[in-house]
Write a protein that binds this ligand. Structure first.
Ligand SMILES: *[C@@H]1O[C@H](CO)[C@@H](O)[C@H](O)[C@H]1NC(C)=O
Ligand SMILES: *[C@@H]1O[C@H](CO)[C@@H](O)[C@H](O)[C@H]1NC(C)=O
Ligand SMILES: *[C@@H]1O[C@H](CO)[C@@H](O)[C@H](O)[C@H]1NC(C)=O
Ligand SMILES: *[C@@H]1O[C@H](CO)[C@@H](O)[C@H](O)[C@H]1NC(C)=O
Ligand SMILES: *[C@@H]1O[C@H](CO)[C@@H](O)[C@H](O)[C@H]1NC(C)=O
Length: 326
């Protein structure tokens, strides 16, 4: 993340002059990119507390988060992710995990690699496209054959993203064809990330549409990072309206479900203030009225610590998530 790419515009999709929206609009396309912090377990249930329009979540891992165990999959769909290279390219742990999970909950979508074109230090999974192809063929093709919908890897918004995907798809075809007649790796939707302004976002989406015609799109991380509050809110409004209007945008998840003082995309992009209250953007994202809460308000401590039986289980999951995200 945090790569900004403003060149190479495909402007066909750009559609400015968005009418002002009257009040917050709920959207069933919205989901949660879940990046919990063990210091604030009380924040984890904010996203599923009604009223909330969030219909799905991912946590960068194959297994669901214990915080949401009591929420039915039909209301808040967990989407497993194969984050990066397993211990060996022939490893099929992800496949086995999802198969097992599917016996318990209705898994219908999975996400593949997280920013494989990006280095570890920025949260990327830093994958060799050839190795990624081996991993894909062993883990994701069988899931797709079972009827589970599979997303193409979510690259960074930098030019390296589409370049990586092209290498990956070529290699994937070779692995799958295995010397026989050509077969291509298949996927159900494209997945993308964007950090930067709205025009760049629209142009980036245009490039994906041109490269993968007629494919449904999920925007699984996006925000205007490190900008003033007015610009950030304006970006939020414009992009939400854009995603909601476009039929080919199936789902989106704002990267911002955390407190402002631990945000690596700047405090104004966070959905929670430093004492854990929903900011305007946080409330709008859940389909509610704005709160007027300043992102930077609070001391980073309050919020009333509440221990829960699931906390120990959560701690393990959080460490894994935190290791690559912040
Ligand atoms: C964003 O939209 C909300 C209503 O959903 C509105 O109150 C607010 O003024 C808008 N902000 C900007 C900067 O467009
Ligand atoms: C699983 O979810 C899909 C998509 O929402 C739905 O079509 C299907 O009926 C569900 N299956 C079960 C067994 O609930
Ligand atoms: C595989 O994909 C390539 C590149 O998109 C395309 O030219 C080719 O026709 C496809 N082959 C098959 C068998 O689908
Ligand atoms: C994309 O969809 C349109 C309308 O359904 C169709 O006319 C066109 O052939 C499709 N293009 C591709 C490449 O599948
Ligand atoms: C979690 O919150 C603590 C306390 O504010 C902070 O020091 C730490 O950096 C946060 N961890 C992550 C991974 O953001």
């Amino acid at each position: 993340m945090l790569h900004q790419f403003l060149g190479g515009a495909v402007l066909g999709m750009l559609c400015l002059g968005v009418p002002a929206t009257a009040g917050p609009l709920a959207s069933p396309k919205r989901g949660l990119a879940f990046t919990p912090n063990t210091s604030f377990p009380q924040d984890n249930t904010i996203w599923t507390t009604k009223p909330s329009d969030l219909t799905w979540y991912y946590n960068y891992q194959p297994n669901p988060s214990s915080d949401f165990e009591s929420v039915p999959q039909s209301e808040f769909e967990f989407v497993p992710m194969l984050w990066g290279t397993p211990s060996s390219p022939s490893d099929t742990t992800f496949l086995e995990t999802v198969k097992k999970l599917k016996n318990k909950i209705n898994i219908t979508n999975v996400l593949s690699f997280n920013e494989p074109d990006g280095p570890f230090k920025y949260g990327g999974s830093n994958m060799d496209p050839d190795v990624a192809a081996e991993v894909w063929v062993r883990n994701l093709e069988p899931l797709r054959a079972m009827g589970i919908r599979v997303g193409l890897p979510a690259c960074t918004g930098a030019p390296s993203g589409l370049a990586w995907l092209k290498l990956f798809l070529n290699s994937c075809s070779k692995v799958l064809s295995n010397g026989g007649p050509t077969r291509n790796c298949t996927f159900d939707f494209v997945t993308l990330h964007w950090y930067g302004g709205f025009e760049g976002l629209a142009s980036h989406m245009g490039e994906y549409s041109a490269t993968f015609p007629n494919k449904t799109m999920w925007i699984t991380e996006y925000n205007l990072d490190h900008q003033d509050l007015m610009s950030t809110q304006s970006f939020y409004n414009t992009s939400a309206e854009y995603f909601d209007r476009l039929d080919f945008v199936e789902r989106y998840s704002l990267f911002g479900a955390f407190r402002s003082h631990v945000s690596n995309v700047g405090p104004n992009a966070a959905m929670l203030s430093s004492d854990g209250q929903l900011t305007d953007i946080g409330a709008w994202y859940l389909g509610r009225e704005g709160t007027g809460v300043q992102p930077t308000s609070g001391d980073g401590k309050s919020g009333g610590f509440r221990s829960s039986p699931s906390m120990m289980a959560l701690a393990g999951a959080v460490i894994a998530a935190a290791a690559f995200r912040f």
